[in-house]
Design a protein. Structure first.
Lengths: 202, 483, 240
């Protein structure tokens, strides 16, 4: 039996890299279409990670099904991070993409990259990345509070509000994103079994 | 010099491959590989350009050597310097977004110095007469232009061997001429050419030797004279298309008196703010199979889209059974079978696909249509896992079950061998027997001669000609295709 | 030599033309500036500089639009702080303030994308010795991106003809199946493309381990040093 010899690195063939490139493009476009309606809206903005998590689920699951190797998710994360940086998103989002890419990759590795359930878990972790883009909001809370206090708002009132606002937003964002990611990945799993495996593209 | 010595190869899925291949190709020779679909000609091209074994996993026995070096032991990039490959689909073989980068791509990969790259690019552009293609976005090119860029990209590093896998598949007549010009140039330069093809007519003056494959084995070898001497029956029984277009015989058409059911009046169409077709008038009857011909950009696809209601007409009317039908109604009435059928397959089985989109499909009707189209056996299979012909029929079945009356086919025979083409022709006849109106957009002369009873020709922004297929008009039709 | 003319960068009058690596560097500095911004005054200064940079690079229309957007953001922030109350105040004003703060990054990113051609960018990455495992997927992404719109239109047309159009009502009534109808052909087409693109790349030597040369030339000039230096000075001003 002769196996293809156009390896580039550690088991990743040119064909795998091309596949990763194509699916990264899909991931990017789906993220844009899913996220753009929500991102600029101050009220709905926190729905952005939730929406992205749901819609990118099937793309991620199919990518891992086609390239069940070390590096697939890391490269996806790195490329998305690079693109986020170039398009002028704040650099924390890029870092979270790369970091979560590495972690999610490790999680998928636990299932040998072929276990659907481990891949789902991997995706759930990976999909938390947009939350990194909001990090500034919480880091910056203190200076903002100071600013408002400087403007004459009652400090006690502010502290309560800031405290309450901070407390429920972040956890519900995480829960929302995780749930959406689970649903998206499960949809991906369903599409894999029902369609893609039977179509012969996996 | 290329040799294949006792080569037997089976693909990983163990279904297809080639057996006991022994071929020697001398430098400067042009060899044509032909045969039915699945005969192994593409596999042979892959053995010569190294894709087997470097890209396609499988079982390989025997040796393939290029200038006495075994290809299995050469890395792909070394092979790439000596063997240039052009594939059938111009849309999916370019790797860059602009033409300059694409032409330079191979040389860049091979780490040639920039001065060399520039010099070679200049020579390439001059030799292939491709000046008008420089500095453009590949997405803005026509299919023929893309294929020319593909050739340029492969010509630039000046390989000794060219391997072409059905390069004319998706091209119109003018573009095929350009391919012929390029091949003549390569021949003049003494390059070795290996070409796998269905469409044989443009290669008459180029090939030296013709190898006919059947079920993975070499079944016969011919010179061009011997091949041309084969009569039509012999060619057809081998599943081959004709090499001499002058030999194409128009099929006997049934002469049915029919009144027009679909009329088009004073139709004017626009594409991106430009008028593409003006004042088109047409009357089509049930049972008509209308071939639509015209050069690239003549407005065939705009017409198809407007007919199906996917695009609004700029002015003019469509009337069906005497009543005017607007775009929204045409969407329900007409159906296009696309060149790439994959875009219109949505369900997980052929049966499911047939019930998609229909409000309440009668199970009996579905069974009937599946049996009629020879799809009943594969009704539980996923449509995408089927063969090209089966996929096409699945899309048609879905259209029939959606009660479509007008069907329009976009290049249904591109890449098909003779048997495949005959099957499509038979299918169209079946559809007319069901009372459907059929339009076919095609560049395939043999197919039109076999399947259509009428031809409309778009040119210069107008419906240039509208004629029935019969003895009197045969020369007119042939002149469009044969140069 | 006609070819050289075609391939050489055309230097337009009055436009700052920088090596993509310089632009990346300036983008990085911009990010650092946003991170270390000590005061509202500095933030406005940073945003202003980004807009001026855009104008220098020849991106006139977008820079002016962005300037208007920035003024709008400041106005909304001040009005919001003055007139809104409670949780609304915190969340909306904080969000607008956040947008305003990261504005310089978006501005610089936009300039980079508008002024850099794809092959210039890839040439710059090549000079940075980026690994093939990132280079190849990135090239493929850039190549596939423009194609996706066309593919989507084919799929949408096919859906319309079958009466399963991805319209608003279809999404409300059958969200999952409509999504399936979009995803299945899209992902299958993408999957098929990967095979063909790979073959086209391999038969043209992409697996060569030696470093690629690039037809497109990128290089540093005096203006690059000046721009980079200017950016660093702006950053240093944060500590003044």
């Amino acid at each position: 039996m002769i196996t293809p010899t156009t390896h580039v690195k550690r088991g990743l063939l040119v064909k795998d890299l091309v596949t990763i490139g194509i699916f990264s493009a899909l991931f990017l476009v789906v993220s844009l279409v899913a996220g753009m309606p929500f991102a600029p809206n101050p009220v709905l903005t926190f729905l952005m990670p939730v929406s992205i998590a749901f819609f990118t689920g099937p793309v991620y699951m199919l990518l891992l099904a086609k390239v069940p190797q070390h590096g697939a998710v890391i490269i996806l994360g790195t490329i998305m991070g690079l693109i986020m940086f170039i398009t002028g998103m704040f650099w924390i989002w890029s870092i979270t993409y790369v970091a979560l890419g590495i972690i999610a990759g490790k999680i998928a590795e636990l299932g040998g990259y072929r276990s659907l359930n481990w891949n789902i878990a991997s995706f759930v972790v990976f999909s938390l990345n947009p939350i990194g883009s909001y990090a500034m909001l919480w880091i910056d809370k203190q200076s903002y509070v100071d600013y408002l206090v400087g403007k004459g708002t009652d400090p006690v009132y502010l502290e309560t509000m800031a405290y309450t606002a901070q407390n429920w937003v972040l956890p519900s964002l995480i829960i929302g994103t995780v749930s959406a990611a689970l649903l998206g990945a499960l949809l991906g799993k369903r599409l894999l079994k029902k369609q893609f495996e039977r179509a012969g593209i996996v | 010099m290329i040799t294949l010595h006792d080569v037997t190869y089976t693909y990983q899925d163990e279904k297809d491959g080639v057996q006991d291949i022994n071929i020697t190709i001398k430098p400067g020779e042009c060899v044509l590989l032909c045969g039915r679909s699945g005969c192994g000609k593409t596999t042979l091209t892959r053995l010569i350009n190294g894709l087997i074994p470097h890209f396609f996993p499988g079982k390989l026995a025997g040796r393939v050597t290029l200038d006495s070096v075994d290809l299995a032991e050469m890395p792909m990039y070394a092979i790439a310097e000596k063997v240039g490959s052009v594939f059938q689909n111009p849309r999916t073989q370019f790797f860059n977004v602009d033409t300059d980068s694409e032409i330079a791509f191979c040389m860049e990969n091979l780490s040639y110095p920039v001065e060399t790259i520039l010099a070679r690019m200049q020579k390439t552009v001059k030799d292939l007469r491709a000046e008008s293609l420089l500095g453009r976005s590949i997405f803005a090119l026509s299919g023929g232009e893309k294929q020319k860029v593909a050739f340029a990209s492969v010509y630039a590093p000046s390989p000794d061997v060219y391997v072409l896998d059905e390069p004319s598949s998706n091209l119109d007549v003018a573009s095929i001429d350009q391919v012929r010009e390029i091949l003549l140039l390569l021949k003049q330069q003494g390059k070795t050419i290996v070409i796998a093809e269905h469409r044989l007519y443009y290669l008459q003056e180029i090939v030296d030797r013709i190898i006919y494959l059947d079920k993975g084995r070499i079944a016969a070898e011919y010179t061009v004279e011997q091949f041309l001497a084969l009569d039509s029956a012999a060619a057809m029984s081998r599943g081959l298309r004709t090499m001499d277009l002058h030999k194409v015989v128009l099929a006997e058409q049934r002469n049915q008196p029919n009144f027009p059911v679909l009329t088009v009046e004073k139709l004017t169409l626009k594409y991106e703010k430009n008028i593409v077709l003006e004042d088109v008038n047409l009357a089509v009857a049930k049972g008509d199979v209308v071939g639509i011909i015209g050069r690239n950009g003549a407005g065939k696809s705009t017409f198809s889209k407007v007919l199906c209601g996917l695009q609004q007409e700029f002015s003019g009317t469509f009337c069906y059974h005497g009543k005017p039908v607007a775009a929204k109604q045409r969407l329900k009435l007409a159906y296009m079978v696309m060149q790439d059928v994959n875009y219109q397959l949505f369900a997980e089985s052929v049966e499911e696909e047939c019930s998609l989109g229909v409000v309440s499909p009668e199970p009996n009707m579905i069974v009937d249509v599946l049996k009629e189209l020879d799809l009943y056996e594969c009704r539980s299979r996923h449509p995408v896992s089927l063969s090209g012909g089966q996929k096409q029929r699945t899309a048609i079945a879905a259209g029939i079950l959606c009660n479509k009356e007008i069907l329009i086919f976009d290049e249904p025979t591109s890449g098909l061998d003779f048997d495949g083409m005959k099957q499509v022709s038979k299918l169209l006849t079946q559809l007319t027997e069901m009372g459907k109106i059929v339009f076919v957009v095609t560049h395939d002369y043999e197919f039109i001669a076999l399947a259509c009873n009428r031809v409309i020709h778009f040119d210069g922004g107008r419906l240039q000609d509208d004629f029935a297929i019969n003895r009197q008009n045969s020369k007119k039709l042939r002149d469009f295709f044969v140069r | 030599m006609k070819l050289i003319q075609v391939l050489a960068n055309q230097k337009k009058q009055g436009r700052l033309q920088l090596d993509p690596r310089t632009k990346l560097f300036i983008l990085l500095i911009g990010n650092l500036g946003v991170l270390f911004a000590p005061s509202l005054r500095y933030e406005i200064f940073l945003a202003g500089s980004a807009i001026v940079f855009g104008l220098f690079c020849g991106v006139y229309r977008s820079s002016l639009i962005m300037a208007a957007v920035y003024c709008l953001l400041i106005t909304l922030q001040i009005l919001g702080a003055a007139y809104l109350v409670g949780v609304w105040k915190i969340s909306i004003v904080a969000f607008i303030s956040f947008c305003r703060k990261i504005f310089p990054c978006a501005m610089l990113g936009g300039v980079l994308i508008a002024t850099t051609k794809v092959n210039e960018f890839m040439a710059a990455l090549n000079r940075l010795r980026i690994s093939k495992t990132i280079f190849i997927p990135l090239v493929v992404l850039l190549r596939y991106f423009p194609m996706m719109k066309e593919e989507w239109e084919h799929i949408r047309n096919a859906m319309k003809m079958r009466g399963i159009s991805p319209s608003f009502w279809a999404i409300i009534r059958h969200p999952v199946t409509t999504l399936e109808y979009v995803y299945v052909p899209m992902l299958i087409a993408a999957s098929n493309l990967a095979d063909q693109l790979s073959a086209a790349a391999i038969t043209r030597g992409i697996d060569n381990p030696s470093p690629r040369t690039c037809l497109q030339q990128v290089g540093f000039h005096a203006l690059d040093a000046v721009s980079a230096g200017g950016a660093l000075l702006l950053l240093a001003a944060a500590w003044l």
